[in-house]
Design a protein around this ligand. Structure first.
Ligand SMILES: [Fe+2]
Length: 369
């Protein structure tokens, strides 16, 4: 039997097309373009975060003649009247330091902004991502998640056909502000996908400014006087890589914080990390109802308000090469894991600069050292 005949016989049936040509076998598919950004789970340990003096880039932009000049040639579509924008025509990778400050101000004002067609930025790699984030503040290292080899400051999310999806609950929605339990939680935050399913995995955002503004004046006055405990302990109970690189902490923050640049007041509680209103008695907090998780009645009301207020929400659909920037001080968000059955890869990177310790909306409120 000749070599030519043999090769014809062993051609996999699955690769034969009706017109007699062949398609590429699976094993010969293109190598994954972002393989160098696959997550690794280092066993490094990190000390507690150090306090620092935060100067917000957005405050520098307030003195610019036109603080929105970086959008001069852009097409900006408002996702809702009060919250969220969708921008085309800006290359984030080419922004000057002044324009980055303008970007910080714009995102503080709009809460969340998606920038489309950002392949230039995304293809520059992890060292560039790190440099980008440092313009806005010291970068937070995620205590448990994977990161690109050698770049611990870049938090990666990763799921593919072999990943397990939690389908036990009614929904995968978990509203939160990233790391609100830190003493100086994140401000301007950048996230983008390197690979994604053909649909699904959208991200929900909610305006905590609007969520606060729509409450009655008497409720606003009451909330301004309150503090709440935020805890990182629960979120570290189950970790994908089995690594906890920095010990969790619990921190008390004002329930209503003031943005250092816009001056706007925002609700600052979230179901994932906020645990208790400081100083409330049990009867006041659980209202006489049984409470499995000891979450305050008042907190439950606020969580419900955040979750149900569709008029303060925006939903980001992930076109390829999109980057989303949001201000964690004024926007809550939730991932949506609705794509498990697609058996597709979803690979994303987050750059997470820390900002100031939350400023109480009530100027006379004292926070312990
Ligand atoms: Fe998040």
């Amino acid at each position: 039997m000749s070599a030519t005949l043999t090769s014809t016989i062993v051609e996999p049936v699955s690769s034969l097309l009706l017109n007699g040509t062949t398609k590429k076998p699976e094993a010969e598919e293109e190598p994954y373009k972002y393989a160098h950004l696959m997550p690794v789970y280092s066993k490094d340990k990190y000390p507690p975060l150090e306090p620092f003096n935060h100067v917000d880039g957005g405050s520098r932009a307030l003195t610019h003649t036109n603080p929105r000049s970086f959008l001069n040639n852009a097409n900006v579509v408002e996702l809702t009247p009060n919250f969220g924008s969708d921008v085309r025509g800006v290359n984030l990778a080419e922004l000057t330091p002044d324009q980055k400050d303008e970007l910080a101000l714009e995102v503080a004002r709009r809460g969340v902004v998606v920038f489309r067609d950002q392949m230039d930025f995304i293809d520059r790699g992890a060292a560039f991502y790190t440099e980008w984030g440092r313009h806005f503040g010291p970068l937070h290292i995620h205590p448990t998640s994977g990161h690109p080899e050698g770049f611990p400051y870049i938090h990666l999310v990763y799921k593919d056909a072999n990943s397990r999806f939690n389908t036990e609950g009614l929904t995968t929605t978990v509203w939160h502000s990233d790391f609100s339990f830190e003493l100086q939680p994140p401000g301007l935050t950048t996230f983008f996908l390197l690979s994604q399913p053909k649909s699904g995995g959208d991200t929900l955002y909610s305006s905590q400014v609007q969520n606060f503004r729509t409450l009655s004046p008497i409720m606003q006055d009451f909330l301004r006087t309150l503090k709440a405990t935020h805890s990182g302990f629960d979120s570290l109970r189950s970790t994908k890589g089995g690594v906890v690189r920095r010990d969790p902490i619990e921190t008390i923050h004002p329930v209503v914080r003031r943005h250092p640049v816009t001056g706007e007041e925002a609700l600052y509680v979230n179901k994932q990390f906020t645990r208790k209103i400081v100083g409330m008695k049990k009867e006041e907090s659980d209202g006489g109802l049984t409470s499995d998780d000891n979450i305050d009645l008042l907190l439950n009301f606020l969580y419900d308000h955040i979750a149900k207020s569709g008029d303060h929400q925006a939903r980001i659909k992930w076109e390829p090469m999109s980057m989303v920037l949001w201000d964690n001080r004024v926007a809550a968000h939730s991932a949506i894991s609705d794509y498990g059955h697609l058996k597709a890869r979803r690979h994303g990177a987050r750059i997470t600069p820390q900002a100031e310790r939350p400023i109480p909306a009530l100027a006379s409120m004292k926070m312990a050292d």
